[in-house]
Design a protein around this ligand. Structure first.
Ligand code: UDX
Length: 437
């Protein structure tokens, strides 16, 4: 099939590349000429495992092309995906200006039957707005609007896209359903479902799924905080809970709060939608409050240990990205922690295998950026772990002790066994487990 993807952000780029990988012709469109030049030159602007290999192959074989000319893409496409940003406005509502802007442009450009797909996470009712924008200059028989929310996770985006647990399609016509089924069948050959539903339900599914996952994590963060008080071990509790198949093992890891480009934004947007309908979605308000507090959990622990004033303290920090295998620092708990520590006067020596350039762009020389994880420990009074990169899981503890002024670790991701740390002579404070002091 011939496909256009408008917007070459995370979702657009991964979707476009993976559609090309299954044999479709894909044209990606962006208004940013510089970005399109880079992409044409084979440069992938984001760090995402496996993406470059697929990108290179499909570009080389001519199935993946780039343009700034929307008309060119519209002319070739049977299906147009809108993968545009929906930044939260000041009131927490997703801003639809990009999506509706492109819909207006399309209404003047489409000349043959085209399926127009909302891929971005958009509030319930957006498909109807897109439909209305398209109807401005276009006959209703020439297009259908479909909602197809994307569930990929950063860091495993390619795999998630190629082998989705499910594909959700919101549509109100059989014609569009047929096109979407044809497009997605290669991705669900193992038998995972393509679930068709109405447009509003599809839009709601995405918010409900992300908000539920954010709630689940938040619930575990509160369980962990309470474990610390009552003297229980959240690792054991997590395993005990997760073995119940009704609960399941995944997404139960406590830590320093959820971050990233989706959960914070989507929880806020769903709460806002509820308010618009005069319904108070109480759990979501609690989730946002708890997560705001949890982001500072490690900073709080540091200040409990050393006092509010950290002027004479040097803190090593491992991990800056909001999660491993990405260079994305949007809503990263590490940044909230850095802000608090800088405010308290601390010196920070940071290391992250992928995200340092992005953090440098924000903090400049307010943070000392180190070449590797051990370099960050030199002369530091303690280590704070903010992201669970695999490379941090089996460090040389003796070497760590020799570099740190004192063997002290504050672990926001529960990477190490508490007994092991005790034996290695560390003071060790993690989330929801016994603290060794
Ligand atoms: C999420 C959704 O998982 C995905 O379906 C959607 O399309 C986009 O939003 P992503 O933001 O890439 O994906 O990351 P995810 O792996 O879901 O992690 C989100 C946050 O939750 C991270 O900050 C992570 O550290 C945190 N998290 C996750 C936990 O604290 N504990 C867990 O058990 C799992």
């Amino acid at each position: 099939m011939n496909i256009a993807v408008v917007g070459t952000g995370y979702v657009g780029l991964v979707s476009g590349t993976c559609f090309a990988e299954t044999g479709n012709n894909v044209m990606c469109v962006d208004i940013d000429a510089n970005k399109i030049d880079q992409l044409r030159a084979g440069k992938v602007p984001i760090y995402e495992p496996d993406l470059e290999i697929l990108f290179e192959r499909n570009q080389r074989q001519g199935r993946l092309k780039f343009t700034t000319d929307l008309q060119e893409a519209v002319d070739m496409a049977e299906v147009i995906f809108l993968a545009l940003p929906t930044p939260p406005g000041e009131d927490g509502q997703a801003d639809l200006k990009y999506i509706l802007g492109v819909a207006k442009d399309l209404s003047k450009m489409v000349t043959k039957y085209t399926v127009i797909v909302d891929k971005s996470t958009v509030p319930v009712g957006t498909a109807e707005k897109v439909n209305a924008a398209l109807l401005e200059h276009l006959d209703g028989s020439l297009f259908d609007v479909v909602s197809n929310p994307e569930f990929l996770r950063e860091g495993v985006a390619v795999n998630d896209f190629l082998k989705p647990d499910r594909v959700v399609i919101g549509t109100d016509t059989e014609r569009a359903e047929k096109v979407m089924r044809r497009l997605y069948e290669p991705f669900v050959r193992s038998g995972n479902p393509i679930i068709f539903m109405d447009l509003r339900s599809a839009e709601m599914t995405k918010y409900a799924a992300n908000s539920y996952l954010a709630t689940r994590i938040t619930f575990m963060n509160e369980v962990a905080n309470l474990c610390e008080q009552v003297g229980a071990d959240v690792d054991a509790v997590r395993k005990g809970m997760g073995s119940d198949t009704r609960i399941g093992k995944r997404f139960l890891f406590p830590g320093v709060g959820y971050g990233g480009s989706c959960f914070p934004k989507d929880v806020q947007a769903l709460a806002h939608t509820s308010n618009q309908y005069d319904y108070e979605f109480k759990i979501l308000n609690a989730v946002m409050d708890v997560n705001t507090r949890q982001r500072f959990r490690i900073a709080d622990k540091l200040q409990e240990a050393y006092g509010d004033d950290l002027k004479n303290k040097t803190i090593a920090m491992w991990g800056l990205a909001f999660k491993p295998n990405t260079d994305d620092i949007r809503e990263a708990p590490a940044l909230y922690t850095i802000d608090r520590l800088i405010e308290a006067g601390a010196t920070i020596r940071a290391f992250d295998p992928e995200a340092m350039d992005n953090v440098k762009a924000v903090y400049g020389d307010k943070v000392i950026f180190c070449e590797d994880q051990y370099e960050a420990l030199k002369g530091a009074d303690c280590l704070a772990i903010m992201t669970e990169w695999s490379m941090f899981r089996t460090p040389d503890f003796n070497y760590m002790s020799s570099l740190l002024n004192e063997p002290v670790v504050f672990d926001g991701r529960n990477l190490y066994d508490v007994e092991r740390m005790k034996e290695a002579g560390f003071k060790y404070n993690s989330i929801g487990r016994e603290a060794i002091s």
